[in-house]
Write a protein that binds this ligand. Structure first.
Ligand SMILES: Nc1ncnc2c1ncn2[C@@H]1O[C@H](COP(=O)(O)OP(=O)(O)OP(=O)(O)O)[C@@H](O)[C@H]1O
Length: 273
């Protein structure tokens, strides 16, 4: 991979919580426009790594390079202003607000008006409001959420709430979209639909996507590139075809199955691949 293809690179990232190592010496690169998946058993360090990428956690060691700028750690606002958006494992929406209003909040970083212009709806504020609404409506149509645009988010089924969260992230027009288990809790049809939306997002907007997902069959079918973590260490890095035959990866998944004395979906799936 050449440096110009990489949108994001992590070099030697380590992170501890109160002296306990969660991530150890992780390095990888994410190419522009690819769907990149981070997989690994529970507690492997996947969500923590997303938090390092968007600047919520500061790594103890290592270097992170985004859009050609290298830093010891990302700053959350810097990352957001440069197009890093994320969704969360546990949905983080305004549950009492409508779908449309939630999606509009995703556009807030693009506002040109000052708070005083917004407060009195003067100056640049009306044009901002129009742009926000147009963007939100465009994303709502793209994700086929029109039927629920005025529904209160907290009243929607879980799968639709996950889609609204994706819509809010897309309204920010991200260059790098971090999706933390966007299909968790979904049935097979909902997962397939979400998978199509993720691929469409990559195609339509050229968005680079970093995805955490436990369903290995979904990961293998969607991803251009997969990195496997186990106990905070990288144990696999390559295309889905390369990773699925990697003995270390298979051992980690099969090992965790034996420890659990019961096969989870991911263990069964990777053994099947
Ligand atoms: N804020 C925190 N404080 C202390 N320990 C934490 C914190 N966040 C994560 N950890 C620990 O760091 C390790 C990695 O956790 P992380 O949530 O990143 O794993 P994960 O791979 O995303 O797991 P899962 O698939 O269950 O979401 C775990 O041992 C976890 O207990």
């Amino acid at each position: 991979m050449t440096a110009s293809q990489a949108l994001l690179s992590l070099q030697g990232i380590s992170l501890s919580f109160k002296g306990v190592r969660a991530i150890t010496n992780i390095s990888f690169s994410v190419n522009k426009g690819e769907i990149f998946s981070l997989i690994g058993p529970n507690g492997a360090g996947k969500s923590s790594l997303l938090n390092v990428i968007n600047g919520v956690y500061q790594a103890d060691e290592g270097l992170i390079t985004y859009q050609g700028v290298s830093r010891k750690s990302m700053h959350p606002q810097w990352a957001a202003r440069r197009g890093v958006a994320r969704t969360f494992q546990n949905i983080a929406l305004f549950k009492g607000m409508s779908v449309l209003d939630n999606v509009i909040t995703g556009t807030n970083l693009k506002l040109k008006s000052s708070w005083i212009e917004q407060a009195f709806n003067i100056g640049r504020a009306p044009a901002d409001a129009l742009r926000q609404r147009q963007k939100a409506e465009q994303v709502i149509a793209f994700l086929k959420l029109q039927s629920w645009r005025n529904s209160i988010v907290g009243n929607l089924p879980y799968g639709l709430q996950k889609r609204v969260e994706l819509a809010r992230a897309l309204a920010a027009e991200p260059e790098l979209l971090l999706l933390d288990e966007p299909m968790a809790g979904m049935n097979a049809d909902e997962k397939a639909e979400m998978g199509r939306f993720i691929v469409e997002t990559q195609k339509e907007y050229g968005t680079t996507i970093v995805l955490i997902e436990h369903d290995i069959s979904v990961v293998m079918s969607l991803s251009d590139h997969v990195v496997v973590l186990d106990y905070g260490k990288k144990i696999g890095d390559g295309t889905p075809a390369e990773v699925r035959v990697d003995p270390q990866v298979i051992a980690a998944y099969l090992g965790s199955r034996q420890q659990a004395k019961a096969g989870t979906d991911q263990n069964k799936e990777i053994a099947k691949q």
